[in-house]
Design a protein around this ligand. Structure first.
Ligand SMILES: Cc1cc2nc3c(=O)[nH]c(=O)nc-3n(C[C@H](O)[C@H](O)[C@H](O)COP(=O)(O)OP(=O)(O)OC[C@H]3O[C@@H](n4cnc5c(N)ncnc54)[C@H](O)[C@@H]3O)c2cc1C
Ligand code: FES
Length: 257
């Protein structure tokens, strides 16, 4: 569906991580929710006094509601955190090319930090065919695991410092999984993590999709603020792609890292 402008009603806006700055907002917006696909995002008018909307991924959706999970980083997301339950929120979306969900076979959902949340909708569609490999810096930042297990996915957690779950990076878990058998891999997280995970997938010949993140302006393909480089298919060379509308999800093998 083409992106639409719609007002949504805020059903909840709750702090997810005690002592942290991570929030979950549920929004009643039937027109937008019904057409949303996994891996797409919405442009939020945070109402903080600028005309710049902020891109936030669709964490989950059903026929009438969208769930967004967001980290408070600056003025826009701080204004979102203060939006009252029952109030209105102005959205543009759903935007972009999302994850292609394979019809068969095992799927590994590889997420890091806030990047775990765009993988929740794929988990809801995959159920027991999905295994989530979730990486965090330390135990105090571990969150959201139940979003995956509630949908029947298995979840393995690792932390950089070993304070929770397996000690090490999510790429080590990924390598162990791909040694054990083939899988399609969906990846979202910090750039260095996605680059390393894409390299592991290439080593084992596993099909992989990555959700890229760039600073955005318009969010609808017009301003070119969000361009990244991708390889020309079936040829030499590179070309520019707009993360907002040509992505945010790309085949990992076409990304110029
Ligand atoms: C396609 C897409 C999906 C996203 N999904 C989510 C999501 O589901 N949850 C979430 O919490 N965040 C998500 N983000 C990032 C989110 O858009 C930014 O954190 C937000 O716009 C910051 O706005 P602000 O006004 O609060 O902070 P600002 O004052 O604009 O910035 C605060 C800090 O965040 C950094 N920053 C701002 N925008 C980005 C960006 N796009 N990428 C990397 N760093 C940035 C700035 O450099 C600065 O250091 C997504 C970004 C994109 C492009
Ligand atoms: S944000 Fe304007 S073209 Fe992508």
């Amino acid at each position: 569906m083409n992106p639409i402008l719609a007002k949504g009603k805020i059903l909840s806006n709750r702090l997810l991580l005690e002592g942290g700055l991570l929030y979950e907002m549920k929004i009643l917006t039937p027109e937008m929710a019904a057409g949303a696909l996994p891996g797409q995002f919405v442009q939020v008018d945070c109402g903080e006094g600028t005309s710049l909307r902020r891109p936030i991924s669709i964490c989950d959706c059903d026929d009438i509601t969208l769930t967004l999970c967001y980290d408070v980083r600056g003025k826009g997301t701080l204004a979102m955190a203060k939006m009252p339950v029952g109030g209105e929120i102005d959205l543009l979306g759903p935007i972009g090319r999302g994850f292609e969900i394979p019809e068969q076979g095992r799927v590994l959902l590889v997420g890091g930090g806030i990047g775990i949340y765009p993988l929740v909708k794929p988990a809801s569609l995959l159920g027991g065919r999905a295994k989530a490999l979730l990486g965090f810096r330390n135990a105090s930042l571990v969150n959201g695991v139940e979003y995956f297990t509630d949908y029947g996915a298995e979840a393995l957690v690792c932390t950089d410092d070993g304070s929770y779950g397996v000690h090490g990076f999510v790429t080590s878990l990924l390598e162990e999984e791909l040694k054990a058998g083939d899988a399609t891999v969906l990846i979202c997280g910090p750039m260095p993590m996605m680059k390393a995970a894409a390299a592991v997938c290439a080593k084992y010949g596993a099909a992989a999709q990555v959700s890229l993140e760039e600073r955005m302006g318009c969010g609808v393909g017009a301003c070119l603020a969000c361009v990244c480089k991708i390889k020309v298919k079936d040829g030499d060379g590179e070309k520019h792609a707009r993360v907002c509308v040509d992505g945010p999800v790309f085949d990992a093998s076409e990304v110029v890292w």
